[in-house]
Design a binder for this molecule. Structure first.
Ligand code: SF4
Ligand code: SF4
Length: 383
């Protein structure tokens, strides 16, 4: 019964009639626009939803989706994947990470390759699984290669909290958490700096709801105020996305520039204060974090606070971890895609040399990367 109710709820947010009704509202409003607008969905989860449900087909010609850098797998630079690879090779280490990270190639290969060569690499759905792994393997050191945006950072903080409280001696952390507003600022700042060479034009942002469930909608306040870009925090179901787009278009028609929440079902201005407190307890900002394809982005990464250095694998293993920065394959245009300057089919090896089975760049490796979404659902858009 509960399953049936859940399915009904879910169906409503995918309902074709509602989607078409929103498409009509957007089209009517779009006729009043003075110029076309480009809306960047920051998160790969949105990209996936937009492509899966063929939403570009429902847009009038003057509304364009551009895809942003919101996938922690896509934006991980190769040298940090090499860190994970090298850590997995250390004696008595079990390297644990989340999701698609295991498939992304570093310069020595992927973590999957490391595993094929005998390393103990595991992937988990929740960081808390590290505790069981550590308890079952008291002679080994479990290193959690932590990735993700504001959404997953609290889970890493909860794990560290448990490690400290339960005095678990054999769990360490390699932190790769990044933050969304800082990279959005970078996308606008870099476009303004390189205005002649960059052909993107981000007019508005669709903000991911799950990030704001934790961090609140307030993290986007500077965008309308200082950057002149409206932000609508939106859910991931197609009806949510269409409503979010409609809210953005209305702002342009009414010449407003505001921060709004579409996903009021769960998102508040303040977010989850307990989660934020836990993050502040354990993490500091790093002044620069290198994003794959985007380069160094100020204040966009986190690290463990000095007081918790004894849990920091990046410090404890610093003598064996490589430091050189590694560039991407020269034909791969993931950087341009992550900046919203290009779409996946513009890459010369999209769907030929680079496919989900033989990915060259991370946007194809990650199931939420823009290239993977275009490869999987692209026929919906072109047919
Ligand atoms: S993991 Fe997926 S859903 Fe989460 S931020 Fe990245 S792209 Fe979005
Ligand atoms: S198709 Fe492959 S090589 Fe091209 S941009 Fe996408 S991930 Fe990179």
């Amino acid at each position: 019964m509960a399953e049936l109710e859940l399915k009904n709820l879910y169906d409503d947010f995918r309902d074709g009639k509602t989607l078409k009704a929103y498409a009509r509202i957007i089209a009517e409003d779009a006729e009043k626009l003075e110029r076309p607008i480009n809306i960047m969905e920051v998160c790969g989860g949105h990209t996936h939803s937009i492509m899966k449900f063929g939403l570009p087909q429902l847009m009038p010609e003057n509304i364009n989706f551009i895809h942003g850098p919101g996938c922690p797998v896509c934006i991980m630079p190769k040298e940090r994947i090499d860190h994970a690879y090298v850590l997995s090779q250390q004696p008595d280490v079990i390297l644990v990470t989340l999701g698609d990270m295991i498939k992304v190639p570093g310069s020595n290969g992927s973590l999957q390759d490391a595993r094929a060569k005998g390393a103990d690499v595991r992937f988990v759905y929740s960081p808390m699984e590290c505790i069981k792994i550590a308890q079952e393997n008291p002679d080994k050191t479990v290193i959690f290669f932590a990735i993700g945006f504001e959404t997953t950072t609290p889970m890493t903080a909860v794990l560290l909290n448990q490690v400290i409280q339960q005095d678990i001696p054999n769990i360490l952390f390699h932190i790769n958490h990044v933050t969304v507003p800082e990279v959005m600022k970078e996308l606008i700042d870099s476009r303004d700096v390189h205005v002649d060479s960059y052909n993107n034009k981000i007019d508005a942002f669709l903000g991911p709801s799950h990030v704001s469930v934790i961090a609140g909608s307030k993290i986007y306040e500077p965008f309308p105020r200082e950057y002149g870009r409206p932000v609508v925090v939106s859910g991931f179901e197609p009806v949510d996305v269409m409503e979010g787009i409609s809210m953005i278009v209305k702002q342009f028609v009414e010449k407003r520039c505001e921060l709004e929440i579409q996903y009021k079902r769960v998102v508040t201005e303040e977010g989850n204060l307990n989660a934020q407190k836990l993050i502040d307890t354990y993490f500091d900002k790093v002044s620069l974090f290198r994003w794959r394809g985007l380069g160094n982005v100020p204040d966009s990464g986190l690290k463990l606070k000095e007081a918790f250095e004894k849990y920091d694998a990046e410090i404890l293993y610093k003598d064996v971890l490589p430091i050189a920065e590694i560039e991407d394959h020269k034909l791969c245009i993931c950087g341009d895609i992550l900046r919203g300057m290009a779409k996946p089919p513009e890459c010369t090896i999209f769907g030929t040399a680079c496919k989900p089975t033989t990915p060259i760049g991370s946007c194809m490796v990650s199931s939420e990367g823009a290239c993977a979404a275009y490869y999987k659902y692209g026929n919906l858009i072109t047919s």
